[in-house]
Design a protein around this ligand. Sequence first.
Ligand code: G3H
Ligand code: 13P
Ligand code: ZN
Length: 332
Amino acid sequence: MIVTTADLYKVAYGKFAVGAYNINNAEQTMGLFRGCIQSHAPFIIQISKGARKYTDKRMLEAIIRSAGEIFPEAIYAVHLDHGDEETCYECIDSGFYSSVMIDASHETFDENVAITRRVVDRAHARGISVEAELGMLGGVEEDIAVDEGHACLTNPEEAVEFVKRTGCDALAAAIGTSHGAYKFKGQQSLHFNVIEEIQRKIPGTPIVMHGSSSVPQEEVRRINAAAGKLDPSARGVNEEEYLPAAKLGVTKVNIDTDGRLVWTRVHREYFRDHPGEFDFRPPGKIFMDEYAKFIAHKNGKLGSAGQLSAIRDWLSERATETVAATAMAAMT
Ligand code: G3H
Ligand code: 13P
Ligand code: ZN
């Protein structure tokens, strides 16, 4: 069942983080749904501009609709990841998305506010929530490269003004992470002081952590043992920091790179071990199983595993209250 991202935030805020996983194809989608069902977790499906172009945006929507029929017990939201203004409008108007992200973080503060405000107005008119970014992560975001020297952490003072002026529903904050496989050199830790300060200043606003992959060393080792050439110094976010961050308001945790590593490891090992093989379905099946395992593991670390019933209870309580309120209104 597709729910609003805002509903997921309401149940999760301050308690656990909802995993937001990028998808590009049917295999990832199957693995994602299976992993979330196995771990009884709600989740957010993220679609980037690149993913919308990879096959065709209608193809992805159809895949998600089919997955919803195959797994009727799943509870999830559908989100546009790193949208520009035009793509946000397309997704808002499509009626398929639960939320959009407007990423104007590379603009000046005032321009970022102005663009975000326009998107918020249009999204809220359709009941869709908006995530907006303030501060800059290092690494590459879609076609915009931000080298580490230009990455800057979110200023909590500015965050207050930004949320107030834009009316955004969730804040993507730069708290020490970056996109891709090479996030940390040396110390591998989130800037908890920045997260704490943001939460103290704007309590109740869900914080979104981009660049949250953990880049497991074992995956990098196995990929390289199968003729990959990843830099073995690759480091990601320490998974043990997901839950402490969630308790401080980090409610949506974006993970893409780790899933790509699973795909690369499975396919490299498969074709190394079966050099005469050219049917893509055997490794595809292994990938779906491995991806499901990976998702269930992540949900365990995020604290979202086991939360499906909490979401269901909350949704049914709200439905009961709405029915009661409608009945009262009809009597008066
Ligand atoms: O933050 C970006 C996500 O990892 C999506 O990556 O733009 O290559 O689909 P993509
Ligand atoms: P990773 O590159 O760490 O997986 O981050 C993904 C992300 O932030 C998508 O928006
Ligand atoms: Zn991101």
